[in-house]
Write a protein that binds this ligand. Structure first.
Ligand code: ADP
Ligand code: GN1
Ligand code: MG
Length: 387
């Protein structure tokens, strides 16, 4: 980025952090919908560089709480990875403190900045194309839940209250319909009617939760495939985007991951015919996920996984359409009707998943039996689990 194009005073911002090297070059990075991410590379010194993020404080209202969560999570993960003989610097994000020992810096315009080590020779993908990637995705998110299963969920706050609470999402949707702030309601009445017709059926997980049948655990809650970094051999290196790590149900992570694992097209695909289900990738993800979670998953949680597979694309459709009705205030959009296109793509995915529910359910059951009987021996890429 040349100096004229720089939207912020990066020199000043970076100077607040305890960095090595100097003469930094800044470039835009990644394709996330929420934070602004920049790669910071020093022209002098050998350090591989840093990832600087402007935390979206419209989305995250409690930055102190958010960063406190992140610190808890990375410290816990680093300790467990070290104990298991892994490399915590590579497998877990490393926060860079400011020169005054904080983990974020608030600039004069009230922007919130944080920095992590840039993990070089890694890649994130918006689309999953190989069975290896799908398998690694399952291992990554399953292992993430496993490693955090002994951290008390009470030490973490809800960084976004009711984030994956479908009842609250439906109430917000209803409100957006009533207000019709962007004047777009007439155009999307058919989509609204379709989504409303499924509202009651999408209540299975909250019902089981309220009845105490599903345990509350620490979950990632944003398990899009591009929130994993793979190494150059396409093996999992690190789970990233820890902003929404908070108490939740395991089915949230399983279901949200499936949105990008099983879909043959990108999340906002314009051609609905291109959205097909890649069932072998679903089976691979499931195999990887269950291999890591078999020691703690309950029967009820196992049963809930398929409910998550339907709930998360449904909820995503509701969230995109709510934002469209509100005038695109939440997600970054790249063209005028982007949120509507995203809604259509997620609705299409939801319809296809619903039609294939039984087959997917059978795969989960089969893979569970295989994992439990010891028929699946995990590949050596997986780090040893803590004793
Ligand atoms: P957002 O909340 O906007 O999705 P992320 O934390 O997911 O932000 O970061 C956006 C992208 O930046 C990721 O998808 C990934 O490609 C890349 N990324 C994030 N952290 C790192 C890191 N420490 N090292 C290398 N790449 C990273
Ligand atoms: C956002 O930050 P990113 O792009 O990884 C969103 C997720 C959605 C996702 C849809 C904090 O994730 O909940 O599932 O977009 N994150 C937040 O692509 O709302
Ligand atoms: Mg992300």
């Amino acid at each position: 980025m040349n100096n004229n194009a720089m939207p912020y005073n990066f020199t000043d911002i970076i100077a607040h952090f305890s960095t090595e090297g100097g003469n930094f070059e800044i470039s835009n990075f990644g394709s996330g919908h929420i934070n602004d991410t920049y790669l910071v590379k020093g022209k002098t010194g050998v350090h591989p560089g840093y990832l600087l993020q402007k935390i979206n404080n419209f989305v995250f209202k409690n930055i102190d709480g958010l960063m406190n969560n992140m610190l808890h999570v990375v410290n816990h993960l680093k300790e467990k990875v070290s104990k298991a003989g892994g490399n915590p610097d590579k497998e877990v994000l490393t926060l860079i403190p400011t020169k005054t020992g904080e983990y974020y810096y608030k600039d004069e315009q009230d922007n919130y900045w944080r920095m992590t080590w840039f993990l070089q020779d890694t890649k994130s993908y918006d689309l999953v194309t190989t069975e290896q990637q799908a398998h690694q995705g399952g291992v990554a998110f399953g292992k993430f839940q496993y490693l955090l299963s002994d951290l008390d969920p009470k030490v973490l706050i809800d960084t976004i209250p009711d984030f994956l609470n479908i009842e609250k999402r439906l109430a917000d949707f209803k409100d957006a319909i009533k207000k019709n702030a962007a004047g777009r309601l007439k155009k999307v009445q058919a989509e609204v009617d379709f989504l409303n017709s499924w509202a009651v059926a999408m209540n299975e997980i909250p019902k089981m939760g309220k009845a105490g049948i599903l345990p509350v655990r620490i979950t990632h809650n944003d398990t899009k495939f591009n929130n994993i970094l793979l190494d150059k051999d396409n093996n999992i290196q690190c789970v990233i985007d820890l902003d929404t790590v908070m108490p939740g149900y395991v089915a949230f992570d399983f279901g949200d991951a499936i949105r990008t694992i099983i879909n043959t097209a990108v999340e906002d695909e314009a051609d609905l015919n291109a959205i097909q289900l890649n069932i072998p990738l679903f089976a691979e993800f499931t195999k990887g996920y269950l291999s890591q979670t078999k020691s703690f998953l309950t029967e009820a949680e196992l049963k809930s996984l398929i409910m998550g597979v339907l709930l998360l694309p449904y909820m995503q459709s509701i969230r995109f359409l709510t934002d469209y009705l509100e005038g695109d205030v939440y997600y970054k959009t790249h063209f005028a009707e982007h949120n509507l296109q995203r809604t259509h793509a997620q609705m299409q995915l939801f319809k296809m998943l619903e039609l294939n529910r039984k087959e997917l359910e059978n795969i989960v059951q089969t893979e569970w039996k295989n994992v439990k009987s010891g028929a699946v021996i995990e590949a050596p890429a997986v780090i040893k689990q803590d004793a």
